[in-house]
Design a protein around this ligand. Structure first.
Ligand code: 13P
Length: 256
């Protein structure tokens, strides 16, 4: 099996003030600040990036990530944040194309693609999210949709750039619902994603790209999900808002 290092990311979504974020990050660092079994990313809201940066400064294995970015470098884009601004704030990663962005802010694969290219050009590692709604799954359309999201979102990237890309498979019906995909369901889709990566970029890139699972991940289901051959970590929402529980997920999700 390919030797992919697990990556566990916490997506705090629209939660935590600066002070709350600092307290959560500090408590988390106490738990796993010295843990080296996997890569860890914390993705607080923009307004708490600075607080979390300070809290994780001494923890080599914990990186900072943002939840969204604009593809232009600067200019008249009210309310938007650029790659350069995120780099300046200490980010190494950025989540792109989360299903909530797709659902509430009409993000499509071509926009995801522009953002991924901008992130990579500016030295940020994109975590590119894909996943189907329940309607699509029930209609048997998961494979087609997810392959299209991968092909569209990652179009035109080079093999070299792909070394900095993380993919996250997040079935929309499993997000915030407590209804996790079974390890077999998740593995099946991760297999399709890796196969699509192989078609697009060849076997070496496909074998090296890390694919996270997200959707109602908690400490009790992490090990089994992350034990699947094509699952290389987790993108965690609700359960990343509590330090001890998220630390348990990190420890459970690290695979050697
Ligand atoms: P939950 O873990 O709350 O289901 O959210 C998953 C998610 O959307 C992470 O990006």
């Amino acid at each position: 099996m390919a030797n992919r290092r697990s990556i566990i990311a916490g997506n705090w979504k629209m939660n935590k003030t600066g002070a709350e974020a600092r307290a959560l990050a500090e408590a988390f660092v106490k738990e796993v600040g010295a843990f080296s079994g996997c890569d860890i990313v914390l993705c607080p809201p923009f307004t708490a990036l600075e607080a979390v940066r300070a809290a994780i400064a001494g923890a080599k294995n914990i990186a900072l990530g943002a939840q969204n970015v604009h593809f232009e470098a600067s200019g008249a884009y009210t309310g938007e944040i650029s790659v350069g601004m995120l780099k300046d704030a200490g980010c190494a990663y950025v989540i792109i194309g989360h299903s909530e962005r797709r659902q509430y802010f009409a993000e499509c694969d071509s926009l995801v693609n522009k953002k991924a290219k901008a992130a990579l050009a500016g030295g940020l590692k994109p975590i590119v999210c894909v996943g189907e709604t329940l309607d699509v799954r029930d209609a048997g359309g998961t494979e087609k949709l997810v392959r299209a999201q991968i092909a569209g979102g990652l179009a035109g990237l080079t093999a070299e750039q792909m070394a900095s890309v993380v993919v996250a498979y997040e079935p929309v019906w499993a997000i915030g619902t407590g209804r996790t995909a079974t390890p077999a369901q998740a593995q099946e889709v991760h297999g399709w994603i890796r196969d699509e990566l192989k078609k697009l970029f060849g076997p070496a890139v496909a074998g090296a790209t890390r694919i996270q699972y997200g959707g109602s991940v908690k400490a009790s289901n992490t090990a089994e999900l992350c034990g699947q051959p094509d699952i290389d970590g987790a993108l965690v929402g609700g359960a990343s808002l509590e330090a001890k529980g998220f630390a348990d997920i990190v420890r459970a999700g690290a695979k050697g």
